[in-house]
Design a protein around this ligand. Structure first.
Ligand code: A3P
Length: 277
């Protein structure tokens, strides 16, 4: 973790969730913004369409644990949300989620992305985001990711421990980035049945179109161009949006090393990822 996420630890841990809060939980770069926009549109697209053109997504769906003075105070932003439900984002490993979310039996949408693409996306994000540690050279980063020495810790622990949580806490919808790429409409249908929503066919069509990569990339209310600590000249936030970009970064030797290590770390065979579709 970095101080941006630990500075306000006690207040974050004591955050008071409400029963209808919806927590969007992810390892960084797994498709958080994509799912945040889908949820925001599902809940408020029809009743408060002006949100879409006036409030950047990071204000509509606050990042619970962020604390960058004079820029983002996640818990204040969450506490001041006028909406019901409140949509709240977190990158916390499951054990750090404030306990009131569990006590209130809040719905949780968890999104996971295959490790290889997640690593590549995180690398480029760390290059362009001034609040992140410098990624350094790719081969070192590659090893650091496998060792779990990342902001928010090990990808392997994150996806596995959230997966385990789902076995004992039924209000988690565990989704995969790759499934969203394969068929966004189908994944929105599954989300709706989890959330108990039934948008019209027309609404669903509009949402599915609005959240396609190219549309989000040119939408300044969701592409993060308003966040001053991100340097799009280095790399845009909406970068590629693909499954399989890892093939442009991993050498053959790195891929072999990665696969060998992956087998040792990912023992739960019920949790399967696709690295190409
Ligand atoms: P890439 O860097 O691989 O392009 P997060 O929101 O969790 O930070 O995740 C960001 C990643 O999700 C980026 O991946 C971004 O391009 C991708 N992404 C965001 N919206 C997307 C969309 N509508 N379709 C596909 N990928 C999307």
């Amino acid at each position: 973790m970095t101080h941006y996420f630990t500075n306000n630890w006690e207040n974050i841990q004591n955050f008071q969730a409400r029963p209808d809060d919806i927590l969007i939980a992810t390892y960084p770069k797994a498709g958080t913004t994509w799912v945040s926009l889908i949820l925001d549109l599902l809940y408020f697209g029809k009743t408060a369409p002006e949100r879409q053109t006036s409030i950047p997504i990071e204000h509509r769906v606050p990042f619970l644990e962020i604390n960058i003075p004079s820029m983002f105070q996640g818990i204040d932003m969450a506490e001041n949300l006028p909406t019901s439900p409140r949509l709240i984002k977190t990158h916390f490993p499951v054990q750090f989620v404030p306990k009131s979310f569990w006590e209130q039996n809040c719905k949780v949408v968890y999104v996971a992305r295959n490790a290889k693409d997640n690593m590549v996306s995180f690398f480029h994000f760390d290059r362009m985001n001034m609040a992140e540690p410098e990624p350094g050279e790719w081969n070192n980063y590659f090893h650091r990711f496998m060792e779990g020495k990342m902001v928010f810790g090990s990808w392997y622990d994150h996806v596995n421990n959230w997966w385990k949580k789902k076995q004992t806490y039924s209000n988690i919808h565990y989704m995969f980035y790759e499934d969203m790429i394969e068929d966004t409409g189908r994944e929105i249908d599954k989300l709706c049945s989890f959330l108990g929503l039934s948008p019209s066919a027309e609404e669903k069509k509009q949402i599915t179109g609005g959240v396609q990569f190219d549309n989000m990339k040119k939408n300044d209310m969701v592409n993060h161009c308003t966040i001053p600590i991100m340097d799009f000249k280095i790399s845009p936030f909406m970068r590629k949006g693909k499954v399989g970009d890892w093939k442009n970064h991993f050498t053959v030797a790195q891929n072999e090393e990665f696969e060998e290590d992956y087998k040792k770390k990912m023992k739960d065979l019920t949790l399967e990822f696709r690295t190409e579709i």
